[in-house]
Write a protein that binds this ligand. Sequence first.
Ligand code: 5GP
Ligand code: MG
Ligand code: MG
Length: 180
Amino acid sequence: MNNDIEKVLISEEEIKQKCQELGERLTKEYEGKFPLAVGVLKGAMPFMSDILRAMDTHLEMDFMDVSSYGGETRSSGEVKIVKDLDTKVEGRDLLIIEDIIDSGLTLSYLVDLFKYRKANSIKIVTLLDKPEGRKVDIKADVVGFHVPNEFVVGYGLDYKERYRNLPYVGVLKPKIYGGE
Ligand code: 5GP
Ligand code: MG
Ligand code: MG
């Protein structure tokens, strides 16, 4: 699997340090509260696991699966709920955890949904931000790293469901996409 990677963009060590730093920041921001951490499956899974364990605060976890991508590397522009939350959102302080914001379609859909469900507050934390890909105006409150407008994999991010278990974020060799 590691053989398929052209270059590493963000190392395991950098990710580890960032999760610690952001976890400490969020600990302060949620002091005395009981936030509902909403992980957006499947990509946010490793990041969610690391960042929440770096938070010294009581919190609740739940998961949502929303897809705006097919098996390919381009956004379809369509958002659909694959799995909804089990937890009631009304009155809760939501911490949405994402792997990456590209077009922003997924998150703007989620934010609208949670506003409609009367969340008390909504904060977005994303491991990666690709500002050049934006189609709708949405910003994360907390960003781990900015990445260039390239398709990245690893640490939750897939290409055709593979590479999510890489401990770092990288770019695939062109031959993996069938090119050369
Ligand atoms: P958006 O709705 O902001 O365009 O993107 C939402 C989802 O598309 C992300 O949560 C992620 O699953 C996927 N995505 C966007 N950019 C990339 C990328 O560079 N690599 C991978 N593997 N997935 C991406
Ligand atoms: Mg995602
Ligand atoms: Mg994907």
